[in-house]
Write a protein that binds this ligand. Structure first.
Ligand SMILES: [Zn+2]
Length: 77
């Protein structure tokens, strides 16, 4: 009977939740809900946008979307 390593098991759980840990950088990667592939991280100041290379979908957290809107309007503080 094969026994899963703890690290492997953790990755399986994260994939199920739509996230994956990059083994090289330790960075948390989001998976595209449509394509189930790693998305490219794009940084705009303190906002991180995840972009899917395949379908071109952009995914941001709810709070990040607000920050992005504020970046486009310098009068807002
Ligand atoms: Zn996609």
């Amino acid at each position: 009977m094969a026994v899963l390593e703890e690290a492997v098991l953790e990755e399986v759980v994260l994939v199920a939740a739509g996230k994956r840990i990059d083994r090289k950088t330790g960075e948390e990667l989001l998976l595209c809900p449509r394509c189930r592939i790693d998305m490219k991280k794009l940084k705009r100041k303190d906002v991180v946008i995840d972009i899917c290379r395949k379908c071109g979908g952009m995914w941001v957290d709810a709070g990040e979307l607000e920050k992005l809107a504020n970046l486009g309007d310098p009068k807002k503080s």
